[in-house]
Write a protein that binds this ligand. Sequence first.
Ligand code: GRF
Length: 217
Amino acid sequence: METPRCRIVVLISGNGSNLQALIDSSRASNFKIVAVISNKPEAYGLQRAKHEDIPTQIIDHTTFESRTKFDKALADTVEDINPELIVLAGFMRILGNSFVMRFKGRILNIHPSLLPKFPGTNTHKRAIDSGDKEHGVSVHFVTSELDGGPLIAQEKVPVLKDDTPQALAARVLEKEHIIYPKVVSWFASGRLKMKNNDAMLDDEKLLLSNVLIQSQK
Ligand code: GRF
C-alpha cells in the first residue's frame, strides 16, 4: 500500500515559480499539494496548478470589507481542506493573529533575504543599496511577527558588482526553488516541528548560527 503523503495547501499571489518547484518535487516526495489558494484572480500560479489538476480557489481580498473578514474566510477555506501544512509561496498578504493561532506550527513562509535582515518588501534593492556582499533566502515558521517567526533554513548568494534588483532576485529564486521543497519534505517526514516558538529539526533547536548548515542537509 502507498504511504500517505503529507497534505499541503499552497497560498500564492503571483507568478508561482516556488509553487512550480513544489509541484515538480512533490511527484517523487513525501508531500502532496491538495489545493492552491490565491488572493489575486490573475495570479499565474493558478494556471500552473490547473495544469496539474490541482484544485484552486480564489479568495480576493479586495472583496472583503476588513482584513479580519478576509482572514476568517481564508482560514475557514483552509480548514475545510484540512491540510497538515500551509505553505506560503509568494503570498503577499499579512496574516492576522487569529489565522496564525488557528494553524500554529503548521505554516511556513519563504522570504527573499537573510532574515533578520530586510523583513518586508523590496529586499533585493535594499540589499544592493546597503552595499551588502551577500544576500539570500530564508524559510521560517509563520508567527504573528512579520517575517519574524523561527528560522528553519537559509541559503546565500553573492551580490555582484553592478547587480540589479532583477538579476539578484533571479539568483535568489534559483536557491528558493531548491530550499523550499527540501524544508517542506522535512516537515512531511516529521523531522521538522515548531515547539515553544523554536524550530526543531530532529529534536534539535535550529539557531541562526546553524540554519545555513541545515539547509545543506
Ligand atoms: C519569492 O521571491 C518569495 O520568496 C517571495 O515572493 C516571491 C514569489 O515568487 N515571498 P514566486 O511567485 O514563487 O515566483
